[in-house]
Structure formats: C-alpha cells, structure tokens
Design a protein around this ligand. Sequence first.
Ligand code: HEM
Length: 579
Amino acid sequence: MKTCRPHTQTIHLLSANVSVVFPSKIQSKIINKQMRLVHTHINRTVTGDYTTMLKSSASTMINEAPCVMISMLFQEYPLYSLYTFIIIASLLLLICPSAKILWFNVMDPPSKIVVREYNRNIPPGSGGLPWIGETLQFMSAMNTHMGIYEFVQARRQRYGNCFKTDIFGETHVFVSTTQSARMILNDDIGRFSKKYIKSIAELVGHESLLCASRKQHKLLRSRLLHLFSTKSLANFVRLFDELMIESITTWDHGGVVFILDQALKITCKATCKILIGIEGGLELEMLQKDVASVCDAMLAFPLRLPWTRFYKGLKARKRITSLLEKLICERRKRSGDCQEDFLQSLLRGNGDSCSLTNAEIQDNILAMIIAGQDTTASAITWMVKFLDENEEVLNTLMEEQFRIAKNARNSYLTMEDLNEMPYASKVVKESLRMASVVQWLPRLALADCEIEGFKIQRGWNVNVDARSIHFDPDIYSNPNVFNPFRFDCFTNNKQEEPKLSSSFLAFGMGGRTCLGMSMAKIMMLVFLHRLTTTYKWKVIDSDSSVKKWALFSKLRSGCPVYLTCIKQVTSPPTSKRNL
Ligand code: HEM
C-alpha cells in the first residue's frame, strides 16, 4: 500500500501536465512511458517518506539523462517535432566536417575541456552538441529549484568568473566580476549593445527600448525619459496607494492570499492606468492574461507551431498591440480632451519635431507593461517571504511604518512620506539584492575585445551575471543573510564607492539602467507600508523554488500567506485620480 501512494500521485501530476499539451492519443503514449519510468524508480526506492519519494521519483525521472532533455521537449512540443529535431541533429553529425572534433569535446571530462580552451585563450566552457550546443541542458535546468539560473551557477562553479557556452545556436559568455560589469555596462565607446535571445526580442518588439540597437536606443530613451518626471512619480504614489488600499480591504482576516497573484493584479492595474489609462473591466483582465502569456513565452524555443508556448505568446502580443493600435487611433482622432497618461504624452511628443511612430509607441508601451509588472510583482513577493523569515527585521520595519502612519498628514501616502522611510528603503534594496529578479544583463560584443584576460569575439553574447555579483562574499559579507543594515556601511564607505556602486545591479547600470527604477521602488514601499500596518502574516509554504519558464526569478509557490488583521483599513472617499 505504502509504495503505491507516491507513484499514483506522481502519475496524476504527470497526467495533468501531459493533458495540457497533447491530444489524447499522444497523451496515453506519453503517460504510459512516464509510468514505466516512475515504476522503475519507485522499485529502486526503499526508504523515505511519501513526499521525499514523490519528489525524488519525479525529479529522478526528469533528471535522468537523456530522459531529461526528451521529457522537457515532450512537455513543450509534440512528438514529431522532436523526431525532426533528432534527425536533423544526426544528419549534422554526419555531414559537418568538424562534428567529430566537436563531439569529442562534449565527451571530454570538463577539466580537459578547460585546459584546451584556456590554451586558445578563449573563456573555458563546453560548446555542447553540434548546432544545438547546450540548449537542452539550459532548458532542462528549468525543472530545478533555481530554474534556468542553475545552468549558469553550475558552470560558474566549474569554470570560474568567465565562461562560455552555446545556447539557441549562439555563443554566450557569462561574467561575474564587478570590474567586468563596470566595463561592459558603462561602455561609452560602443563595444557592446544590448541583445536579448530571439524569442524575447520577438515578443517584446524590435522597436522597444529593451531591444533597440545602440543608436536607436539613445533617441528612444530621450523621448521616454520625461514620462518618469518628479511630478508624474508623485502622482503615481497616490495612484498606487489608492489601488493598494482598494485591494487590501478585500483580503480576509484569518484568510489566505497568494502575494504573487495580488501583487501582479495591483502592479498590472497601476501600470496599465498610468501608461494607457485602462483601470478595470474586461479589457484589463484580458490584458493581464495576455501579458502573462507573453512573459511565459519568453524562454520558449522560438517555434511557430500553434500548440507551442512561443506561438501562444506571439498571439497574445498581437492582441495587445491591436488594442494599443486602437487606442492610438482613437486618441489621434480626438486630439483635445484626452486623459493624461504616458500614451498621451508620447502622442504629444516631448516638444521636439520628430515624435515616435505608432509601432514605436506600441512596442514601448508593451515593453513597459512587461518590464514593470512582472519584475515588481516578483520582487514584492520575495520581499514578503524574506521578511517572514526575519522577524527582527520585520519588527524594526513595523516600528518605522507605524510611526509614519501615525504622523501622516493625508489619507494617502505622499512622496514625502516615502522619503521618510530609510529603513524600508534598505529592506527594499536588500530584497532586490537577494531576489535578483533580473538575473543577468545581456549584451552583444560589437567588436573583438578582452574580458578577464580572455578573448571575446565580435558577435558573441556577453551576459553580466548580476546574481553572482549579489552573492559574492567579498562584496557582501554573509551574502545569504537578509541584512538591510549592510547598506549603511555601503553608503559610508567613500573609498570603495566605485566598486560598491557596480556591485548592486538589481536595476542594471550605465546607459541602460532601468527606466522605471523609481516607479518600482514606489510600488515596493507603498506595498510594504500598507501590508505591515494592516496585517500580520505567516507564509504557509516555505518552498523557495522558482517558477518554470519565468524569465524573471519568481517564487513557484506564489507565496501563500495566512493573514491576521492588525487594524481595519477604511478606504477614504475616492476623489478623481489625477495623473
Ligand atoms: C523591481 C522591479 C524592476 C526591476 C528589478 C527592474 C530591473 C531592470 C533591469 C535590471 C534593467 C536593465 C537591464 C539591462 O541593463 O540589460 C531594466 C531595464 C528597464 N526597465 Fe526595469 N525593472 C523593474 C521595474 C520596472 C518598471 C516599473 C518599469 C516601467 C514601468 C521598468 C522599465 C524598464 C525599461 C523601459 C528598461 C529598459 C531601459 C533601457 O534599455 O534603456 N522597469 N529593468
């Protein structure tokens, strides 16, 4: 009896996964195959409780090579695309003259590869299989506790601060020192440009600031910068606080809420309102769903087949851009009495003659919705989890927040209130360091250069590994401890300032620094204030694994919390929002 339970559960889990992706005939084939694997593993498992057995059965089944790779592709693509893939790879092996050499590279033990690569003075690392490189290993890392970052971390531990790999048909170098981060991100002589992998670029849009080439970027950024003026940020504090109060009053004392879901709802509402003036109803619901599909597709293999995640993401992108196009047309026709939001500012232009095209406006609004909503909601979720695990920090924070609530002159928070939250600001910063929501910053080498003593070729992707820098014990002592006070000695250390400023990369650095940085901090501070002064909470799922397929590091559990009301918040009468 005992050995039956975990494997029945595992099979249910597997069936659920499979049923989402495949038609029934293929489903039964896959389930049968997976059941056989689970049986084999369970027969091998003699000791351990149900959960461990369940987890270990599932993870062994997933991780056992070469089943890992096949299973990953099975979940994402249908069988015949996999077969095509294998046939092409085999043909390449036969045809490609250098295939034999490359194949032996893969078969070499890692230490030998390192020596050979060092000799050629190129970064150490394995090129993987011909044509596909280490794409499958990259994608299979998605199943691990750390998600895709596990792929980077494992190689960093193996090869050091600079290593090379091949993913999605391109060469990628990862670097994790502050000196290199400074050199790459502060580049003002044009050696590097920003570059995302193909799937991300297509989903976000080639005209967007996130993907723009060096030259186009300068122009676009100057046209978007005014949107984040002090005045519009002050209005945003009020808007976000109103939404936060509106939402928090619906949470139940003694109930459970998922912080990630709530944060996504509020950040989506706030960004859509300030960007395009949409604040509710079916339109917002659809938009939120479509944005989620676009985000889910970012790491998918760029295959345009109707059942793939990538295709669904593209469809969602199309629906969003159509909605934006409709809004732009309406606004251009009306010209006079339009509400004041970012879209309206972009249509009006920044006082110069050449304003943005419709396509540029669409791509950039979409980029800001994606960049602003998913990242901020993920950061908020991690912050709530870190606070739950660090009672002392939470108590200090609550003291500060209650003092502000007591002295508040207005019903809603103002920018002045936020400026009086030095401790909360450090909590936000420390959460961003530890969460490292954007784990690495992607660039393209526009010319041959040298990094960490290695030759980097023109056309290679160079990624600054922000997470590794955030957890470097030489920069952040006890990096795994959540300690907001560490930023005190950072600000007091004038001598070390350049090194220290390039070691906090949550919002990037240099000409591509996050445009919405202040907005993100506002959302995190307001969320903290309302949460800590309204509820006590307990996280009821301590799992810290990250979500599969998420580009930004996001808690898989969604951070469910049990709430106890400290005081009843009453929503002040709402006046018309003024952006
Ligand atoms: C906690 C929340 C956020 C985090 C952690 C974050 C992080 C980042 C990072 C690391 C970059 C730079 C990437 C690079 O150099 O390759 C970036 C860029 C960007 N972010 Fe954010 N971001 C957040 C919130 C926002 C918000 C709220 C918005 C706007 C509504 C936004 C808009 C942008 C834009 C437009 C860029 C591109 C800037 C450029 O290339 O010039 N972000 N973000």
